[in-house]
Design a protein around this ligand. Sequence first.
Ligand SMILES: NC(=O)c1ccc[n+]([C@@H]2O[C@H](COP(=O)([O-])OP(=O)(O)OC[C@H]3O[C@@H](n4cnc5c(N)ncnc54)[C@H](OP(=O)(O)O)[C@@H]3O)[C@@H](O)[C@H]2O)c1
Length: 249
Amino acid sequence: MHHNHHRRDADMATLGIIGSGNIGSAVARLAVAADMNLVIANSRGPGTLEDLVTELGPLAKAGTVEEAANQGDAVVLSIPLKAVPDLPEGLLAGKLVLDTSNYYPFRDGRIEELVTSAVTSSEMVRDQLGTDQYVKVFNNITAAHIPALARPEGSSDRSALPIAGDDAAAKAEAAAILNELGFDTVDAGPLAESWRFEPETPAYGRIYFSDPNVSDEQLMDTPPGPTPVQEVQAALDAAARVNVAERRF
Ligand SMILES: NC(=O)c1ccc[n+]([C@@H]2O[C@H](COP(=O)([O-])OP(=O)(O)OC[C@H]3O[C@@H](n4cnc5c(N)ncnc54)[C@H](OP(=O)(O)O)[C@@H]3O)[C@@H](O)[C@H]2O)c1
């Protein structure tokens, strides 16, 4: 992990993180490296997060989902898609939310409006949360690659993450937060276009390996590789919409 010792100039005081699994804890590591305060929550309660916040250090606090939502100036939501309706009613209404969700029918169950491609998963989650300040990000990168590829602003080997959203101000704020956390961003367009960086697209997963074209067998032994803006942009441009109903893994 690269610790970013640059001073931050954005006014992001505290990041809320709901979900302390693979992605939530990886983003938490970036946040403390960027000198952000954070409140992290999971489904089992703050008592189960003691080891993690001890490891993260004094900038990190464990909290309830309500504390993470209320104390966060922005909130990273990183829980299984099917768990979103279980969140307390109105929890994130009006909040800037950075959502990492993907939809897997085998995990999340058959959701009619998603398997028919009537809406994207991000449009659905945004509507479930009741916030216009909603950006999809961090859903296209393997959790271990998040700390591995984060770099301070201006680094020659910096990587980019796509973002999608319908609110321009929210997207600009999300890009500023991502910049602090260690990534450039590429605007993939509105939420209706967010399928461009979901599973099975060229911008998903493999793009962050040093050689995205190795066999499945070799992939585990392949290190991550810096993936700049132009590469991500080209992958977004080349994407074709997949049939979500056929997603198997
Ligand atoms: N893993 C990856 O590499 C990856 C990559 C891109 C996108 N994603 C997507 O990002 C999302 C999170 O993935 P993940 O791998 O980080 O998941 P994960 O490791 O399974 O962690 C899920 C977290 O969500 C919490 N949670 C579940 N239901 C909750 C609720 N009702 N209220 C509060 N917290 C709740 C869990 O709490 P407990 O700890 O208490 O169980 C856990 O901390 C998924 O949509 C996934 O598809 C994952």
